[in-house]
Ligand binder design. Structure first.
Ligand code: ZN
Ligand code: ZN
Length: 319
C-alpha cells in the first residue's frame, strides 16, 4: 500500500452556494512549435480564445512556454506549465506528467520521477499523471511508488486517435489502491493545427472559481471543484443518506442533473449502476450500494459525447 499523503480534500463544485463563483472552460494540455506541436505558441492561444475558452496551458514537452511571451484578452487565463518526462525506474514507459504554475525549468529527463514531483511542488506548482492508458502505465508498478501527484487526466483527445483516449480504469484502480478519491482532468493534448480538425476543442475542464487566475483554476482542480467533458454539462450532483427500504441500514442516494443525456453511470469501487430509460433525460437518481467507498458519475449524451464528474467520498456523506 502506498504511503501517499492526501494532497487535497475534494469539495463538490455543486455545494458552493455562493453567487461569487463562475464556471470557466479550459484545456490544460497543448503543444506548439516549442516542442512537437504544429502551430506557433501564439496561434495555439488565439485558437482557444476564438473558440470561447476561458483558459489554456501551453504545456510543451520538457520546457516551460512562458506566458509572458503570449498575448490573450484580459479575461482569458494563461496557465504556465510544461509536460515533464522523467525516466521510469519501475519497469514501465517514460513518465508523462503535466506540471502547472511552475516558474523554473528543470532537467526532468535526467531526474528521478520523485525528484521532478518534489521540485514542482517546491515551486508551489501542481503535477498530474497524463494519459496513463496511452502510456501503458501500470498504476501499481509505475505510479504507486511515487507521492505528491495531484490527480489523473481521464480523457485526452490526441490519445483517442490512438484508441487509448480514456483512462478511467487507471483512475479507478489508483483510487482503490490508495483508498481515497483523486481529482481528474480532461484535455486535448493538441499537437495539430485546428484546420486539421484532429485534436483541438474536443476535451476540456469545467472549473468553478471565484477569480480568473491560474492559481484559482489549479486550486479548484486539485480540490475537485470541476469536471471533465467532451460535450455534456453537469448542472448538479447531490448525495444524501436515506433509509434502505429493504433493510435496516442506510444507503446513499445520489441525484444527478445535467444537459440532455442518454445514459448516466454511477461508477463505484464496488459495482456500478446505470441509469437508462426510453429517450433522453436530464435527471437521474441512484441508490448506491451500501458498502461503496466512493462514487463518480459519467454522463453520455445522444451523440455519444461524455462528461466525467469528480469522485465523491461516501464516508463523508452525513448520516
Ligand atoms: Zn504525453
Ligand atoms: Zn502532451
Amino acid at each position: 500500500m502506498s504511503n501517499d499523503i492526501p494532497k487535497q480534500n475534494l469539495t463538490s463544485p455543486f455545494d458552493l452556494n455562493d453567487d461569487g463563483y463562475v464556471w470557466l472552460k479550459g484545456n490544460l494540455h497543448s503543444h506548439t512549435t516549442n516542442s512537437d506541436g504544429k502551430p506557433e505558441p501564439q496561434e495555439r492561444v488565439d485558437g482557444y480564445v476564438n473558440q470561447g475558452y476561458d483558459f489554456l496551458c501551453v504545456s510543451d514537452h520538457y520546457k516551460i512556454t512562458r506566458t509572458d511571451t503570449l498575448t490573450a484578452p484580459d479575461n482569458f487565463v494563461l496557465v504556465q506549465g510544461a509536460e515533464l518526462h522523467p525516466e521510469n525506474p519501475f519497469g514501465g514507459q517514460t513518465h508523462h506528467f503535466l506540471a502547472y504554475n511552475i516558474d523554473e525549468d528543470m532537467d526532468s529527463k535526467n531526474m528521478p520521477p520523485q525528484h521532478v514531483i518534489n521540485e514542482v511542488n517546491r515551486q508551489g506548482g501542481s503535477i498530474w499523471l497524463a494519459h496513463p492508458h496511452w502510456s501503458s502505465v501500470n498504476i501499481l508498478r509505475d505510479t504507486l511508488p511515487l507521492t505528491g501527484l495531484a490527480g489523473v487526466e481521464v480523457f485526452n483527445t490526441t490519445c483517442m486517435w490512438h484508441g487509448r483516449g480514456e483512462s478511467s480504469v487507471h483512475w479507478d484502480d489508483w483510487m482503490n489502491l490508495i483508498d481515497r478519491p483523486l481529482p481528474t482532468l480532461g484535455n486535448d493534448d493538441s499537437h495539430a493545427r485546428e484546420q486539421d480538425n484532429r485534436d483541438t476543442y474536443q476535451g476540456w475542464n469545467m472549473v468553478r472559481v471565484k477569480e480568473r487566475s491560474a492559481k484559482a483554476i489549479i486550486d479548484a482542480l486539485e480540490h475537485g471543484s470541476a469536471y471533465a467533458s467532451t460535450g455534456p454539462e453537469i448542472h448538479d450532483i447531490q448525495l444524501k443518506r436515506v433509509d434502505d427500504p429493504g433493510d435496516d441500514k442506510q444507503v446513499v442516494e445520489a441525484t444527478v442533473r445535467c444537459s440532455e443525456a442518454r445514459r448516466i453511470f454511477a461508477v463505484c469501487d464496488t459495482y456500478g449502476n446505470q441509469y437508462v430509460t426510453d429517450g433522453t433525460f436530464e435527471e437521474a437518481t441512484f441508490t448506491l450500494r451500501p458498502n461503496a467507498r466512493w462514487v463518480r458519475f459519467e454522463i453520455i449524451d445522444p451523440e455519444g459525447s461524455k462528461a466525467w464528474s469528480n469522485p465523491f467520498d461516501l464516508k463523508k456523506i452525513g448520516r
